[in-house]
Design a binder for this molecule. Structure first.
Ligand code: KG4
Ligand code: ZN
Length: 352
């Protein structure tokens, strides 16, 4: 069973072909990073226009690389929420047109469910581990979302939020700190690299809510702490100082993420923890989650690096699961900026 996935929720235009074992036959990602880099963040109108230019070519290339004709496909899956509506619309309209023209079923996919299931993808010559068994507890940490979920099955209805960020997403904090330190956009991968040589105890930084027992998180305060230091002392001048700042920030963030993920798994009495989203590519987070899970006798299953950041393979797989369950969407499928997952944490407020 082969499914074509299309992703256009933010600043990557993606198309991929995946089978029912999660095998990735093709995964094409056209990144817009250089387009938005001069502005230090994603400009929605530019994103939509670039998706429009790229969606046809990435779909064609994915089918070519997968060596799959339209007849081989069981359906088309497309991200329809959450994200920038103008960007989402490009993928949704392309998917509708192709599905209608080829007589294929169409399924909309919640981008967050895609990230949560990315751990089931298996890439050619990849390093994928045995996939996790349900139920598991998952940390989703990306540029737009950060939350801890209990996942009882692969459909959106089986996902329950245990706690989320009250303000910025974890990836957003990496990006804002990167900007403050003059590291360009996006800051996450650069901080990850620079932190390697740094002393994580050099700069005192704390994460608000880090000590709280709840699974809520907060990242805007730590960005403010870094910004205040830069205002007072200027941007770190030596490589050593820069590495120390990156390491201190990264350790503060990843230690709280790993701690709360494992605590949530213990509370929920599940045996497995999973991570997903762009921040799941972070080396320190991966190491901390693996080590802390092992300390508690839990299994940690980490997605391959290419499955962490935005891609269409995770969307194809999440759509495939919906198709297998006999679900499909009509031509009235809409693009919307809200996730379908129920929320517990309210922005800026706290537990309901
Ligand atoms: O999942 P993703 O590609 O897009 C969203 O759905 O938001 O996540 C992008 C985010 C960015 O904030 C980026 O800085 C962060 O993931 N990121 C990382 C790393 N790679 C990407 N953050 C920390 N360490 C990394 N290695
Ligand atoms: Zn994402």
């Amino acid at each position: 069973m082969l499914v074509l996935g299309i992703e256009s929720s933010c600043d990557e235009t993606g198309a991929a072909v995946v089978d029912e074992h999660g095998r990735v036959l093709a995964d094409v990602v056209q990144s817009q990073v250089s387009l938005h880099a001069p502005y230090g963040g994603v400009i929605p109108e530019l994103a939509s226009r670039d998706h429009l230019r790229n969606v046809g070519p990435v779909v064609r290339e994915a089918l070519e690389r997968a060596n799959a004709g339209w007849d081989a496909l069981a359906g088309i899956a497309v991200t329809n929420r959450p994200g920038l509506v103008g960007a989402l619309l490009v993928g949704v309209q392309a998917a509708k047109g192709l599905a209608w023209a080829r007589g294929l079923p169409l399924v909309g996919v919640d981008h967050l469910v895609g990230h949560l299931l990315a751990v089931f993808l298996r890439r050619e010559a990849g390093t994928a581990e045995e996939p996790p068994a349900f139920p598991f507890v998952a940390l989703l940490a990306s540029g737009g979302h950060t939350a801890i979920y209990r996942v009882d099955g692969p459909s959106a209805a089986q996902v329950r939020e245990l706690g989320a960020t009250r303000d910025d997403a974890a990836g957003e904090a990496f990006d804002k700190v990167g900007k403050v330190l003059g590291l360009g956009y996006p800051g996450g991968p650069v901080i990850d690299r620079l932190a390697r040589g740094g002393d994580a105890t050099a700069v005192p930084l704390t994460l608000p809510m880090g000590h709280s027992k709840s699974f809520e998180l907060s990242f805007s305060g730590i960005k403010t702490q870094v910004a205040a230091r830069v205002r007072e002392h200027g941007i770190p001048k030596t490589e050593k100082e820069l590495a120390d700042t990156c390491a201190s920030f990264q350790t503060a963030v990843t230690s709280v993420l790993a701690k709360k993920l494992v605590a949530a798994a213990v509370q929920e009495d599940v045996r497995t923890v999973v991570i997903g989203g762009g921040v799941a590519a972070n080396r320190e987070l991966r190491a901390r989650v693996t080590a802390l899970a092992a300390e508690h006798g839990l299994r940690a299953v980490l997605p391959e690096l290419a499955s962490c950041t935005d891609n269409a393979a995770m969307i194809a797989y999440a759509g495939l699961v919906r198709l297998q369950a006999g679900e499909r969407d009509g031509w009235d499928l809409v693009a919307t900026n809200a996730t379908s997952l129920p929320r517990t944490t309210r922005k800026g407020r706290g537990i309901r």
